[in-house]
Each structure stands twice: as C-alpha cells, then as structure tokens.
Design a protein around this ligand. Structure first.
Ligand code: 13P
Length: 257
C-alpha cells in the first residue's frame, strides 16, 4: 500500500454464502473487533438478497456496501437481472465486475465485463474489476500479456475523468479458494504491471490514484506481508471474510501505523 496516494480497501466477497439474517450479528462482531481507521475502507460485497438488510446494518458508515454483480443493461425486459440504478438506490457503493467465477460458470466475457464496467460507472457505482490467469497460463508465461488484455478490454471507452472511480483486483485463478496464495512478490509483480498498463492508458498521475487489490486465499496470516507491497492497495477476500475474527485481523493489518 502507498497511503500517500491511495486509500486501502479491504473488501469481503461473501459469494453465495450466509443468509440475510446473519448480517446483523456479523456487523456487530466486526465493530467490536476493529477500530475506525482513516486510511482503510472496509467493504462487504453481499449477495443481492442481503442488500436491504445490509443497507440498514451498515448505516453507521463503518462498512461500505458492495454487490457481486450487476446487469449490463439499464432497465427493461431482462428477467432475473439487477441494474446499477437499483443497487445505487440501496446505498450500494461498490460492485464486483468480471469475477473469475462469473467468467467461468456464467459465460461472462471481456466484452460483457466492459459493458458492466460502463453500467456501473453510469450509475455512480465503483466497479471492482477482477482479472487473473489460470495456473496453465502462468506456466506458459502468458500472465502479463493476458492481464494487460483483460485490463485494457475492461477499461475500453472509460474516459479519464472516470478512471479514479475504478478499482482493479488481481485474482489469480489458481489462488482462489485453494489456500495457495500468490507470494507477496508474485502479487506485487502483477499489480505493478497492472499499474503500468493504466499508466500507459491514462498517465502517471491517474495511475497512482487507482487502487489495485489482491485476492486469492488472502487471510489473517499473509495479509500483512501482502499489504506491505507498494502496489497492493488492499484485498478482495473470500473465505476469510466469512469469519469475523479473520476478517477483522485483515482489517487491522491494513490499519497498522
Ligand atoms: P478466497 O479468499 O476464498 O480465495 O476467494 C478469493 C476471491 O475470489 C475473492 O473474490
């Protein structure tokens, strides 16, 4: 992290876990186990079904609300979809776009990811854009090329004045839910590369302002080392975000003096 230029973001991705009735107790535990800290923003990306409850439970501002997906369309006959405007109306601030699970199981492509990034920005949501390579792609030496492509495709047509609203999360697919975290050095290398891609598109000043997170088996034991890297501005956390004690430890690692 580099607190001079960017806020740290610790974002939990609950995926398809927990029930709406679990939200209140979870938030109270986090409140008890953490202290307010000015340079770290805590976010929980909850399932759609939880957002109304979470909106009320998070009201005191200690946790920002995030969603895990949004429709690429603004409104209309799209059964089962949820628009950016609907999310914004529930005080949702962040939305995950292009998570590898959506790309893998629900057919999202770089093109739909780009449409969703625009849909998020059009409705004043901050997209957390996920990029990452498979183990095979890493072994073949394709990581940098692939990540460059994913970042450029996701940001196509995003104008300069909107780039500050964007968050990128590097999530190597081989590290998600496997316990196989990228080393701090591997994660830093890719995050630095992502910043270089953004610099090429938007210039150095704006590239410095974009938070780039790491996700993939981040937990209370490895968070401190990962967050100490200059281009890792926070985490997108799956499994460990479901356990208040673990998630709080990661928040506190980001809040260290
Ligand atoms: P895990 O932390 O469970 O590996 O999940 C990471 C992730 O996919 C966050 O979006």
């Amino acid at each position: 992290m580099n607190r001079k230029y960017r806020k740290v973001i610790i974002a939990g991705n609950w995926k398809m876990n927990t029930k709406p009735s679990d939200v209140k107790a979870f938030v109270e535990k986090i409140r008890d186990l953490t202290v307010r800290c000015k340079w770290c923003e805590t976010v929980i990306c909850a399932p759609f079904s939880h957002l109304t409850v979470a909106y009320r439970a998070f009201w005191n501002g200690r946790i920002s609300l995030g969603a895990q997906n949004l429709s690429q369309y603004a409104s209309g006959a799209y059964t089962g979809e949820v628009s950016g405007e609907m999310l914004r109306d529930l005080n949702v601030k962040y939305v995950i776009v292009g998570h590898s699970e959506r790309r893998q199981y629900f057919g999202e492509t770089d093109i739909t990811v780009n449409k969703k990034v625009h849909a998020a920005l059009d409705t004043d949501l901050r997209p957390i854009i996920c990029v990452g390579e498979t183990a095979e792609q890493r072994e073949m030496g394709l990581t940098e090329e692939l990540i460059s492509y994913q970042v450029r495709a996701a940001l196509a047509g995003v104008p300069e004045e909107r780039i500050r609203r964007v968050v990128i999360a590097y999530e190597p697919i081989w590290a998600i839910g496997t316990g196989n975290t990228a080393t701090a050095q591997q994660a830093q290398e890719v995050n630095r590369h992502i910043r270089a891609v953004i610099r090429g598109l938007y210039g150095a000043r704006l590239a410095r302002a974009v938070p780039i997170l790491y996700g993939g088996s981040m937990n209370e034991s490895n968070a401190e080392e990962l967050l100490a890297q200059p281009d890792i501005d926070g985490g997108l956390i799956g499994g460990a975000s479901l356990v208040p004690e673990k998630f709080s430890s990661i928040i506190m690692a980001a809040c260290q003096e």
